[in-house]
Design a protein around this ligand. Structure first.
Ligand SMILES: CC(C)(COP(=O)(O)OP(=O)(O)OC[C@H]1O[C@@H](n2cnc3c(N)ncnc32)[C@H](O)[C@@H]1OP(=O)(O)O)[C@@H](O)C(=O)NCCC(=O)NCCS
Length: 231
């Protein structure tokens, strides 16, 4: 393979493969894409090429681990990976790492994955300000109240973990509701065992959903997944 596999994991919501994002997309890396993906890639700004390619390779590799050849993984109208209707999958990337989460579609459920760099416990004054902004934008009043009970040195990580869980949830629920879901429309409680309880407070009449979410840590990142089923 042209890009390096970082890890392969069996997670509750599917098979997850991590791929190191290549510094440049050379012929060897390009050869890993199918022709339709290479054509699509040429329409994207060159700065997006390494992460887009690594995400496709990670997701395809995760399907291959399940014994599935998914064909070209293009893009839905809303920006998600486009897949055959019996499959579900999700992609996330940070600076050096891309992940793909793959599963067979069961009962119409959708899945989402997110990767966030785990921040150090203590921050510079500038980082602390950014962190305050993220906290205010991402957390609901309930979550802010629970955060007050978290020791100071764990708070930055707790906020980023909430952020990541919400991004994973968004990727799973967006294909079902077809609209932007805001951060305050879900409240998360990550638990030490790697699960998270989720309470949805959707602002529109989207129907009822069962949500599960999990988190783990890999290579200095939070890796989170969500699964959403219309009930
Ligand atoms: C779409 C969004 C979730 C992407 O997350 P991000 O942290 O910017 O970037 P990530 O690397 O984690 O994920 C990017 C991938 O998400 C996927 N994606 C983009 N739009 C998507 C959508 N509407 N539905 C599902 N997946 C989507 C794509 O695969 C994309 O990678 P690619 O373009 O290389 O294929 C984010 O930009 C966003 O809009 N967030 C606000 C909404 C939100 O999180 N609400 C919380 C609800 S509780």
């Amino acid at each position: 393979m042209g890009a390096e596999i970082a890890f392969r994991l069996n997670l509750v919501h599917g098979r997850c493969v991590g791929v190191r994002i290549p510094s440049e997309v050379d012929e060897k890396v390009l050869a890993e894409l199918v022709p339709e993906e290479r054509s699509f890639l040429s329409t994207l700004a060159s700065g997006r090429h390494p992460s887009w390619v690594a995400g496709r390779l990670a997701l395809r590799e995760a399907f291959r681990d399940l014994g599935i050849e998914p064909g070209p993984i293009l893009v839905t109208r809303r920006g998600a990976p486009a897949l055959p209707c019996d499959l579900v999958g999700s992609i996330s990337h940070k600076r050096t790492l891309a992940v793909g989460l793959a599963a067979r579609r069961e009962n119409g459920a959708r899945i989402g994955v997110d990767l966030e760099t785990r921040p150090p416990a203590f921050a510079s004054a500038q980082e602390a300000q950014v962190h305050q902004d993220v906290r205010a934008r991402v957390l609901t009043p309930d979550e802010l109240a629970r955060l007050e009970r978290v020791p100071e040195e764990h708070r930055r990580r707790t906020v980023i973990l909430h952020f990541s869980l919400k991004e994973a949830l968004y990727k799973a629920i967006d294909p079902l509701v077809g609209r932007h879901v805001a951060f305050h429309e879900a409240s998360m409680s990550p638990l030490p065992d790697g699960s998270a309880s989720v309470v949805l407070a959707l602002s529109e009449n989207d129907g009822c959903f069962a949500v599960t979410a999990f988190w783990t840590e890999v290579e200095d990142h939070f890796l989170t997944t969500a699964r959403v089923l219309r009930t």
